[in-house]
Design a protein around this ligand. Structure first.
Ligand code: TYC
Length: 104
């Protein structure tokens, strides 16, 4: 936003308000695979994404049937941390579960 004001001397003052920066939001997308158990995916959705059991089950089935699904939308650093948590937990349990980030 910019406003020009005519000053008495004739010079023009261009006022520019500092831009307010909102944190960019990213979707965390969970991907389907043939090896990760349904129970483990539900557990990840409950613990990492703080979903209640029915919602966790709904998202897991969505990913299972559609190939992918959104677990949540977060500022970049939180989204990155959640993706890292999914991968760390999955590897600890020997599952190939994958999650990715997508710009909102
Ligand atoms: N397709 C898996 C199975 O049949 C379950 C699964 C669901 C895996 C969601 C990953 O993100 C996933 N055991």
């Amino acid at each position: 936003m910019s406003a020009e004001h005519q000053r008495p001397e004739g010079e023009i003052l261009d006022e520019t308000r500092p831009t307010v920066r909102h944190p960019d939001l990213y979707k965390v997308v969970l991907l389907n695979d043939d090896y990760t158990t349904m129970d483990f995916v539900v557990e990840v959705l409950e613990t990492v994404f703080l979903k209640r059991p029915a919602e966790a089950h709904r998202i897991m089935m969505l990913v299972h049937t559609q190939g992918r699904g959104i677990c949540g939308v977060y500022p970049y650093e939180i989204a990155e941390t959640k993706v890292a948590s999914v991968h760390a937990l999955a590897r600890q349990h020997g599952f190939p579960l994958q999650a990715t980030l997508e710009a909102e």
